[in-house]
Design a protein around this ligand. Sequence first.
Ligand SMILES: [Zn+2]
Ligand SMILES: [Zn+2]
Ligand SMILES: [Zn+2]
Length: 261
Amino acid sequence: MRLRFLGTGTSHGVPVIGCSCRVCSSDDPRDTRYRSSVFVEGDGGEAILVDAGPEFRLQALRARLTRLDALLVTHAHADHVHGLDDVRPLTRGKPLPVYASRSDAEELRHRFSYAFGHGQEGGGKPRLELSEIDDGATVGGVRVVAVPLLHGQRPILGYRLGGFAYLTDCSAVPDSSRRLLGGLDLLVVDALRLRPHPTHFSVDEALALARELRPGRLLLTHICHDLTHVELESYCDAAGLPFPAGPAYDGLEAEIPAKRQ
Ligand SMILES: [Zn+2]
Ligand SMILES: [Zn+2]
Ligand SMILES: [Zn+2]
């Protein structure tokens, strides 16, 4: 299984409109962060997207996506779903299966009512097959496990696919979900900034979770404009975790060994 980060930024993206801070004006391409999303390719060629934020079109062009077999939605906040219409060219051959929790599926049906209702037949809307995900789903040969998380007070979903788990937008991981996260090759966790935040893990909270779960590697995502990539990398190095840990960046690719799937 291979994955590629399409975006690793927080809800307003980095640079932030109107901001001229040193991170927003950095020359390092790793300090430009589109809204968070990841693309996973299974060993059988399964093409799985997690979240479709406002930059999905640009992300798909940059990653040269030509097809999608499933879209996994973590939650219906704007920065995770407002690119949903742009999956349209990838749904010409067949409708795209979209998975979300019951409450987020409800929100999507309401917000994108033109796509799920009648009307506009023959074009102008993406063909989506929305399913409420319970414990998980299967996409080709890939088993997808839903991992319930808390994003402030809001229940949302992380996902585990084989040896890879993606936990964006979370401030707490219930014990029952921690039990789904053993033996990971790669853990990706929300780490908004150093200072605490009511609905997102801080970097220290993300590192503490990883210390407990002991994955083969940790990558941080959903990052704001407080620290540059290089500063965050040094911060993670100084934490002295017993496995490689650092910030992800847009375009970063990672390979997950097949043995754990
Ligand atoms: Zn978000
Ligand atoms: Zn800034
Ligand atoms: Zn959110």
